[in-house]
Write a protein that binds this ligand. Structure first.
Ligand code: BDR
Ligand code: CA
Length: 306
């Protein structure tokens, strides 16, 4: 199985992604960050998840705030006050070894073998890049749930332009997207297309995921008028398993870090052959713009079914 590290601000769709990662990959560790919940809660939630599956995958503790700006409020309305749907009492402690050094150490230990799946704000990865400029040569790949390009007619989920993970730390995201990492971006353009209903999640017989999902499914039905929940983060794992089910482009990407477009992921309009010097020096990354949604949903449900 391929080696991965999952970098998470574990809310409900993160929990699904972590489980999907565990059953399909060799997960070297789960590195926590802030975002949906404070980093301390993320550590506790990852420990709870590991205990439910009898797993000894290491849980690590990373950044507690963005690189240089004020933290945003946490997503309690979507994921619950505890980030996992307010179902379980969580008595785990919030202590864990440091996450950023763990990412660097594992990348050095297994050069070109480790893929990092980021499913929260990009602060941990940005710090790792600052501490270890060789990281792009050491990591096999980074697959990042984040951003929005509007190709599905919608754009952001935090502002008209910005997606949550990027909006939490646009400076970190811009640093990551300007780097030479072998990077795949899984934006809202594709994640919005894969929804999972309560019946479908029930069909997995995974009590932990069924119990934590109820809160998010309820929110999605009531306030977003969806039939089920959007499993944004799980699509990082889906991409790693089924890249051929995604329509992608290779593009330079920048992130707006101020003003009305703060947190927007931007790509040059090369379709019109207009050179855009603003993107000069930035490498191209793979951006997912469409997905075979039925296939991806069914394959994920099958893999996590007990
Ligand atoms: C992202 O925001 C978070 O609430 C989800 O866990 C996902 O990582 C989607 O915009
Ligand atoms: Ca997340």
């Amino acid at each position: 199985m391929d080696k991965i590290i999952i970098d998470t601000d574990i809310g409900i769709d993160d929990a699904i992604a972590v489980r999907y990662g565990m059953v399909t990959h060799d997960v070297l560790g789960v590195t926590c960050t802030y975002g949906n919940v404070p980093v301390e809660t993320a550590v506790k939630n990852c420990k709870l998840a590991m205990s439910k599956y009898g797993s000894d995958i290491p849980v690590l503790k990373g950044a507690s705030r963005p690189l240089s700006r004020k933290p945003l409020p946490f997503s309690t309305h979507i994921h619950g006050k505890d980030g996992l749907g307010e179902y379980y009492t969580n008595n785990f402690d919030a202590e864990a070894p440091e996450a950023v050094h763990f990412i660097i150490e594992q990348a050095r230990k297994f050069p070109k073998e480790v893929t990092l799946a980021t499913i929260g704000p990009l602060t941990n990865l940005a710090i790792a890049l600052n501490l270890c400029p060789d990281l792009p040569k050491l990591l096999k790949k980074v697959v990042c749930m984040g951003g929005a390009f509007g190709t599905d007619g919608n754009c952001g989920n935090m502002t008209q332009f910005a997606e949550f993970n990027i909006y939490n730390d646009p400076e970190a995201a811009d640093l990551v997207f300007a780097s030479d990492l072998n990077l795949v971006i899984v934006p809202l353009d594709v994640t919005h297309k894969v929804q999972v209903t309560d019946k479908e999640i029930a069909s997995t017989n995974d009590d932990f995921l069924i119990n934590v999902s109820a809160f998010y499914i309820d929110f999605s039905k009531k306030y977003e008028n969806f039939a089920g929940m959007i499993v944004h983060d799980a699509q990082t794992i889906s991409y790693l398993l089924h890249p051929d089910k995604y329509k992608t482009i290779d593009s330079r990407i920048a992130v707006s870090t101020s003003g009305y477009t703060d947190g927007q992921t931007i790509r040059p309009m090369t379709e019109y052959n207009v050179p855009d010097d603003k993107f000069k020096g930035r490498p191209k990354h793979t951006v997912c713009l469409d997905v075979d949604a039925d296939f991806i949903r069914d394959a994920m449900l099958k893999a996590i079914t007990k």
